[in-house]
Write a protein that binds this ligand. Structure first.
Ligand SMILES: Cc1ncc(C[n+]2csc(CCOP(=O)(O)OP(=O)(O)O)c2C)c(N)n1
Ligand SMILES: [Mg+2]
Length: 568
């Protein structure tokens, strides 16, 4: 289809077009169908041109949310996520969103307006929004691209988009004079995309790992989101069958092995007791596509001191958090297949982890009995609530979680596969879940998206209630309302300090959400929840649940953190 610029050019070869319009058409021609952002004077023309050109613009109420939307969209769609943000105060307002996006590994292009690069002699003085945007974002860890002239801007856009598509967040800075410059009929823009091919591990690495595994009777396999992205689940399950391994995932790899009789769920800070108990007995640990961060290892304590074999497609990920004894650089699926081929069949007697006793233990495990429910007259135990929501909400769902003590419910919620689960802790920041959930909802309109968020993070971002309704991005919001900064409350309590400053009055948010157009309810008991069951089973619009939860229930990682501090 001819673009508007081409049609005009066909009619009159001498016509010129403003670059913001050409850039908007270039971005649309890359296949971008949705862009996110919050407009400023330096981006309003570009935003409008994008929307007109076919990259429909979804406006957020805060820059951090806008950037998180682009990240959530990229995460859920695998496509380029684009956010358009103003310069100066807007850039500063969205800074933790930008740092976060730079750490998630999602392909995200952050387009910033910039002041004009030329100023008239005796002009109107300095830019009142001035801040060294490129300097700030480079210091924050982003790769920055700057267009300094109308002649170069399209090539710079192409380079920035290619860099983002390689799996990172980049910033592209567009001065207003460059955006407003007129150019003649443009040639189509070429994007040079680097393709990363899945690679096998070196034969000597396979031999080294096979030698270690041959000596192990009780191997444990830990898989992360990288294993899911590599499509490695089946190959890893096959390997586990062959060597008699138990299967575990990281929190981000949640539910990768759902339904497998050797599956123990998550290892580390979000694990059930059964995973912790069985992991202790392992005599070798084999890791696929997982960074082994402090939550996976419960601050270094979840894995026994046994040989550790780590497989990752990116060499620098190996040994990043925990020293690996054998490192295999390669694609998770291909390496799992290589190892299966290299290892001999073994008899049942050398597969004790696949014995009858373990099978029974796993088969009869009931998460509802893994804790003592602490419901009160006016609040629910968050785990009880999560288990019930897990039964009622549509099975085919996305779950996005913000951050805080309420994350203790993660083991009690399930998703179809790890790609349907999104955590936002990459910069340990709260307040990015709402935006991420909206981006996921845009990418996957056919599935219900559920945002689970604490009252603290919600109050930081509740302006997005309006975005949900205006942009028609329906989600179910589960507000984990403990009337506290629960993470800080337990942090202080574990150190025997006064907790008053981490506690807040009980505010009813349901009427607030209702006034924005949500169907809303206050949940203090399971009976309150059951009243809404029919609606929750098949949500047909935005739903908001103000769930009053018992603030006394601490997530396991709170005490793990305190113990870790005590050891150092
Ligand atoms: C932007 C930002 N501000 C502050 C913090 C510190 N912080 C971490 S968890 C938390 C409490 C969050 O409260 P809430 O959202 O209600 O979740 P809860 O811990 O109560 O479950 C705070 C303030 C942070 N991580 N990021
Ligand atoms: Mg709270």
């Amino acid at each position: 289809m001819e673009t508007m610029a081409q049609q005009h050019a066909g009619a009159d070869r001498m016509s010129t077009f403003p670059l913001y319009q050409v850039l908007a058409e270039d971005i649309t021609a890359m296949g971008v169908e949705a862009a996110f952002g919050l407009m400023s004077d330096d981006t309003a023309l570009l935003v409008t041109a994008l929307d007109t050109a076919g990259a429909r613009f979804y406006g957020a109420r805060h820059e951090n949310s806008a950037i998180a939307m682009a990240d959530g969209y990229a995460y859920a769609s695998g496509r380029l996520g684009v956010a358009v943000i103003g310069r100066g105060p807007a850039l500063a307002n969205g800074l933790h969103g930008a740092v976060y996006a730079s750490r998630t590994g999602s392909p995200v292009l952050l387009i910033y307006g910039e002041a004009a690069t030329v100023s008239q002699p005796n002009g109107f003085g300095p830019d009142y929004k001035a801040i060294d945007g490129l300097g700030v974002l480079s210091a924050a860890g982003l790769r920055t691209f700057s267009a300094t002239s109308p002649q170069s801007v399209r090539a710079v856009l192409s380079d920035a988009a290619a860099a983002a598509m390689s799996g990172t967040a980049v910033s592209l800075h567009l001065p207003t004079n460059v955006q407003l410059a007129e150019i003649e009929r443009p040639q189509p823009l070429r994007i040079r995309q680097i393709e990363r091919k899945a690679a096998t591990a070196k034969p000597q690495s396979i031999a080294a790992a096979a030698a270690v595994l041959a000596n192990a009777n009780r191997p444990l396999i830990v898989a992360g989101l990288g294993a899911h992205r590599a499509g490695a689940a089946k190959a890893i399950e096959g390997l586990a069958d062959k060597i008699g391994a138990l299967l575990l995932t990281t929190a981000r790899g949640k539910d990768l092995f759902r339904g497998n009789p050797n599956n123990l769920g998550i290892i580390g800070s979000f694990s059930h007791s059964i995973a912790r108990r069985m992991a202790e007995q392992a005599d070798c640990v084999l890791v696929f596509g997982a960074s082994l961060n402090f939550l996976t290892t419960s601050f270094g304590t979840s894995l026994p001191q046994v040989p550790l074999i780590q497989v990752d497609a990116v060499r620098t990920n190996i040994g990043r958090w925990l020293a690996a004894d054998v490192g295999l650089v390669g694609d998770a699926r291909l390496v799992a297949e290589q190892l299966s081929e290299a290892l001999p069949e073994r008899s049942a007697s050398v597969k004790p982890f696949h014995g009858e006793a373990t099978r029974k233990l796993i088969g009869s495990f009931d998460p509802a009995r893994d804790f003592q429910a602490a419901n009160t007259a006016r609040t629910l135990d968050p785990r009880t609530l999560a288990l019930e929501l897990d039964k009622i909400l549509p099975q085919d769902r996305n779950i996005v979680v913000d951050g805080g003590n309420f994350l203790g419910v993660v083991p009690y919620l399930s998703v179809p596969d790890p790609g349907c689960f999104k955590m936002i802790g990459d910069f340990a920041s709260i307040g990015l879940g709402f935006g991420a959930a909206l981006g996921v909802a845009k990418a996957r309109p056919g599935k219900t998206t559920v945002l689970v968020i604490g009252d603290g993070a919600f109050l930081m971002t509740m302006g997005e209630l309006e975005t949900v309704v205006r942009e028609d991005l329906p989600i179910v919001i589960v507000l984990m309302n403990d009337c506290a900064y629960g993470a800080e409350l337990h942090f202080l309590r574990l150190r025997q300090q006064p907790v008053a400053k981490s506690m807040f009055p009980d505010v009813d948010f349901a009427p607030v959400a209702e006034s924005f157009g949500f169907e809303a309810a206050t949940i203090r008991t399971l009976a309150d929840l059951h009243k809404l069951a029919a609606k929750l089973r098949k949500p047909d619009g935005p739903i908001f649940l103000d769930c009053k939860i018992n603030a006394d229930v601490a997530a396991p990682f709170m005490s793990e953190f305190a113990q870790f501090e005590g050891r150092h």
